[in-house]
Design a binder for this molecule. Sequence first.
Ligand SMILES: [Fe+2]
Length: 429
Amino acid sequence: MPRSAVSRRIPVSESEGSVQHSSGGGTARPTESTSDDPRQFWLQAFRTVRGETERRAGLLSAEDQVVQSMPDASPTKWHRAHVTWFFEEFLLRRFAPAYEPFDDRFGYLFNSYYVSAGPRQARPQRGLITRPDAAEVAAYRAHVDGALAALIETTNDLAAVVPIVEIGLHHEQQHQELLLTDILHAFSLNATHPAYDPHWQWPSSAKAGTVSAVPLAGIARIGHDGDGFCFDNEGPAHDVLLAPVRLSRTLVTNGEWLAFMADGGYVAPMLWLSDGFAAVEAQGWRAPGYWRQIDGEWFSMTLGGLRRIDPAAPVCHVSYYEADAFARWAGKHLPSEAEWEVAARSGALADAFGIVWQWTRDAYSPYPGYRAAAGALGEYNGKFMVNQMVLRGSSLATPQNHARVSYRNFFYPTARWQFSGLRLAQFDD
Ligand SMILES: [Fe+2]
């Protein structure tokens, strides 16, 4: 949810070429070509973001788009329809009296978790939705696109419509990332190792060990308090007290992770939280997600298919439990959210954005004074503030300009299918 002030401009993807890297620093920037007319600006933003979803889905076949490989991962076709339903449910049904729904049954199929918006398909059964087919979902998208464009062009209540357009676009960008993480999980279970994009390459990253850690201490301010959009969980901005600590400028690499593995990291219970080692035993974890050993060499499933592990590249697809165990093995810690944000705001972190989300040691909980908004959109973030851990930064799958220094991503501590990695922290003696 946006806070009280709505940004006039929304960061949108340029949607050219392969998967975008977020260069996102502290503030999101609009695209180069923007209009001073608010209606034209939002029309352009809407078309750009909607187009990026279709570009990402366009590399997949209709069969690819139906598969659901686990309860946490949704089919591509479902993502495409769900983000469309969001605009239909929260904008068109409320602000466009003459709007004719494309199909009244779609609310049941494509509502995700909005209890106040009505009953819905069970999440683990989204892969059973073979109908509507991909062509019908494309028609559904086109129907809503036309109606939404007309609403933006003609509404007499632009001030009320724009904030919901804006959150709808940021919501769709979140699903653009999930579209990739979810299809990668499905492809990882296919013995032929399909490539989402054969030309895909890991983004380049800073060289580990070439730069020193950044020191922090004292009272600092975190949270979103500037212009522009933020989700409600990024505020209120508030002061925090940091004990003297140093954050690594660089991300933990595959080479470092191989050393952890070679040193028996996955079979040393003293390194692990109790729930973490239970997950190791239950899941049979011996390496990061998607890693497999072939003839003595380590490979990983990527968006470009099965690729040899690059020891210099940041480690990816590790759970919170693994990140925590690695930090203990290294004699260090995971940074807190506040430590990460203060360091990132100072510009001292390499690869804070655009490669892997970075686990923090903080549980996902409300900032002091946080209150979820009233109504259905109040379900967006607040009701998930228990039992999950916060990740900061952004990943190689995050749409361009979707990242923010105050952005709080969150997943369960066992999750490995996101592009998740880590950097380390060390307290001063
Ligand atoms: Fe959603």
